[in-house]
Each structure stands twice: as structure tokens, then as C-alpha cells.
Design a protein around this ligand. Structure first.
Ligand code: KG4
Ligand code: ZN
Length: 339
């Protein structure tokens, strides 16, 4: 019998539950996204997020079991995200997982959300560009989400060395803020990517924060530059402006992310590169990374880039095998880091 893990994820605005077999086969992957409800506020409204998690968590977990055609007795453990994330959101998933583990007698495995993003690469996705079990350490991982931008050297399971992080805004946060400035909608990443397809990145000159000699990132100067250029228009804005700005902004972010990752590859000589997190769904980023980095660059289908619970179950498999178990005193850790 292989090991079956139920993953539960509620760190931000997706209520998610999934069952993963043997650490790689997705038996079910249920995601109730709240994005439409938050769109009217232009970003995630934390109180609404936790209330919506409360309303949907029981149903989402039940659906994950139904879709996997299994019952609680067929599971080996419950893996749950305990940080980083929004406190009220994390609490809903963690308390539900504790209740379920207590009632069923299953062990509870605590998972760092960022480790989850990384372990999405151990899932069999069947998609082009996926790692499909070909991973050999060491690996360089770029984890780019709404809350984090981390460049990490992965020496082995659970063995991480941080190379660099953002000093201010996360890459996804910059996409969301610029989308709001340009009145393109929410969430920012997909709408900026769509607008950028019709724009000319060379039409507007935007800065790149190289922060030489470090693997750190900074996106707040870029965001301010976008705002300054936009504010120059006191009258009507030329129709091409939004598409050109989206393209120039995206190119600036992609350039810095890819060049820093490439530099890390040259210095540390990994076997491959992993792109994870919501921003890694961006095709311009995926294409630039593949074109410029002379190693396999593994990417994920969109649904496994953004928040999901299959990645939590995949990370849970390795933590479970390593004997990791949470006590009933496990608490949320909203500011948790990977390393
Ligand atoms: O990983 P994720 O779902 O949640 C966090 O852990 O934060 O990442 C969400 C972020 C959002 O900021 C969203 O705008 C960004 O990922 N994102 C994208 C794309 N799709 C989602 N950014 C750029 N291009 C995309 N296609
Ligand atoms: Zn995430």
C-alpha cells in the first residue's frame, strides 16, 4: 500500500484540499477560489477570506475524498499549511485539520506553504515542461508568489540554503499593485500578462534593480516608476499606453528574476532549475528562463503554480516519511520563512 496524504491549504484566498498517493500521484485536487469576491476590493480582504474559508472548508475536504474515491480510513496522514499567510485564514485550515486528525486518529503533519510550492514539482503533472520524477539534487529554485520572492539552493529533501529574497514587494505583489494602478483588474498577474501581449516593451523605459553582488530582489522602485510615468498624463492617456506599460513592466520583472536565477546557476552548478509559485504561471517568465538558462528549467501547469493543496500533500509525504508529526499545540505562524 502506498502512502496517501490529505493536504489542506487555506493560507490566503483559496480554500483547498487534495489527496496525493505516494507523494506524486494526484487523486484529487479541489480548489475553491475566492478571487471573484475579493476583486471588488482590488485585493484580498482578510476578514472576508477567513469567513469564506469557514463556509467552504468542510465541503472542500469532503469533495477531495469523494473525487479521490476514498474514505478517511484509506488515508495515512493529514498535512496542513501552518504558515506563512494571513492569520485568520491559516487558523481555519489548521483548526479543521486538527479536528479531523483528532477525530480519525490520523497523524497531523505541519507544512510550510513555501515548501509546498517547491514540492509541487514532485507531483506527476503529465504536462510539458514538468519534472516528472527526474529531479536530482542540488537544485536551484525560484519561488515567486504574491507574498514571497525567494531564490533557494535545495541540497536535499528539506535542506535549503537561501540565496536571496525580496527586500520590499514580492514579485506577485508588484504585479497586483501595477494592475491596480493601470486599472486592469484583480488578480494582477494574469491581467498584466494578457495586456502585455498587445504591448511593446521597448516603448517605455523602466528600471531594473540589479542589486549587484547579491541574489536579493527589489520591486518597489519599479512600481514607483510606473506610477510616475502614468502621472505625467494629465489629459487623455494614449490608447496604447496600458498595453505598452504592462509589457515593459513584465519585461523588467522577468529580466531581473531570470538573470539572478541564471547567475545562481553559474555559481552553484545545480542539476536543474525549478520555477514555483503564482508568478511562475507567467509564460513570458517561463519562456525567458528556458531560453537563457542552459539547464533543464522545470515549470508547472497554472493550477499547480498558484495556491493548491496537492502541493501541501506532496510536501507532507516527505515530512511524514521523515517522521515529522505535529502535536495538538501546533499553532499558526503567519511570518514563517522557508529558511
Ligand atoms: O502562489 P500564489 O497563488 O499565492 C501566494 O502564495 O501568494 O501567488 C499569487 C500571485 C498573485 O500576486 C498573482 O498576481 C500572481 O501570483 N500571478 C501571476 C500570474 N498568475 C498569478 N503573476 C504573473 N503572471 C501570471 N500569469
Ligand atoms: Zn502560495
Amino acid at each position: 500500500m502506498t502512502i496517501r496524504i490529505l493536504g489542506i491549504e487555506t493560507s490566503c484566498d483559496e480554500t483547498a484540499a487534495a489527496v496525493v498517493d505516494g507523494g506524486h500521484t494526484i487523486l484529487s485536487n479541489i480548489i475553491a477560489s475566492q478571487a471573484e469576491s475579493h476583486a471588488q476590493y482590488g485585493g484580498v480582504y482578510p476578514e472576508l477570506a477567513s469567513r469564506m474559508h469557514v463556509e467552504s472548508i468542510a465541503f472542500v475536504v469532503e469533495q477531495a475524498l469523494v473525487a479521490a474515491h476514498i474514505g478517511w480510513d484509506d488515508l495515512d496522514a493529514v498535512a496542513v499549511t501552518y504558515g506563512p499567510g494571513l492569520p485568520g485564514s491559516l487558523l481555519v485550515g489548521l483548526n479543521y485539520a486538527k479536528g479531523a486528525a483528532f477525530a480519525t486518529g490520523l497523524p497531523l503533519v505541519p507544512i510550510n506553504h513555501l515548501e509546498g510550492h517547491l514540492y509541487a514539482h514532485w507531483l506527476d503533472t503529465g504536462a510539458e515542461g514538468s519534472a516528472a520524477g527526474n529531479l536530482r539534487f542540488p537544485l536551484v529554485a525560484l519561488i515567486v508568489s504574491g507574498g514571497h520572492t525567494d531564490l533557494v539552493l535545495v541540497h536535499g529533501h528539506g535542506q535549503y540554503q537561501r540565496l536571496g529574497s525580496t527586500l520590499d514587494d514580492a514579485a506577485g505583489e508588484a504585479f497586483d499593485k501595477v494592475a491596480r494602478m493601470l486599472k486592469l483588474g484583480y488578480p494582477g498577474g494574469p491581467v498584466v500578462e494578457e495586456a502585455a501581449k498587445k504591448g511593446n516593451p521597448a516603448a517605455i523605459d523602466l528600471p531594473r534593480a540589479w542589486l549587484p553582488g547579491t541574489y536579493d530582489f527589489s520591486f518597489s522602485g519599479l512600481k514607483t516608476a510606473v506610477l510616475r510615468i502614468q502621472q505625467k498624463y494629465t489629459g487623455p492617456v494614449p490608447p496604447r499606453f496600458y498595453a505598452d506599460m504592462a509589457a515593459a513592466f513584465q519585461e523588467s520583472v522577468v529580466d531581473v528574476l531570470v538573470e539572478k536565477t541564471k547567475a545562481a546557476v553559474e555559481e552553484f552548478g545545480p542539476n536543474a532549475v525549478l520555477l514555483s509559485g503564482g508568478v511562475s504561471a507567467n509564460m513570458a517568465l517561463q519562456e525567458a528562463a528556458r531560453a537563457r538558462i542552459p539547464l533543464p528549467v522545470y515549470t508547472l501547469p497554472s493550477v499547480l503554480c498558484t495556491d493548491n493543496a496537492a502541493m501541501i500533500a506532496a510536501a507532507g509525504f516527505y515530512r511524514y516519511q521523515a517522521g515529522e508529526r505535529a502535536g495538538w499545540n501546533l499553532d499558526i505562524d503567519p511570518g514563517l520563512q522557508l529558511i
